[in-house]
Design a protein around this ligand. Structure first.
Ligand SMILES: [Zn+2]
Length: 63
């Protein structure tokens, strides 16, 4: 979920992690200019993509 617009990110959508105060938040690409102006600091260089299986999936599947 994007912290700025409270929207659930769609599969394949780009997002990055930004730091608000002492917390790391997920922010979609659309909201990045707004959070930067609000004083957030970007903590990663590249974009990540929402996996089709969802953000919660951490188990690595071995075919
Ligand atoms: Zn957003």
């Amino acid at each position: 979920m994007c912290h700025a617009c409270r929207r659930t990110l769609l599969a394949g959508e780009r997002y990055r992690t930004w730091r608000f105060g002492r917390r790391d938040r997920t922010v979609c690409a659309v909201c990045e200019p707004a959070v930067r102006e609000a004083g957030a600091v970007r903590v990663v260089e590249g974009f990540e993509h929402v996996r089709v299986t969802g953000l919660i999936q951490h188990v690595k599947r071995v075919a």
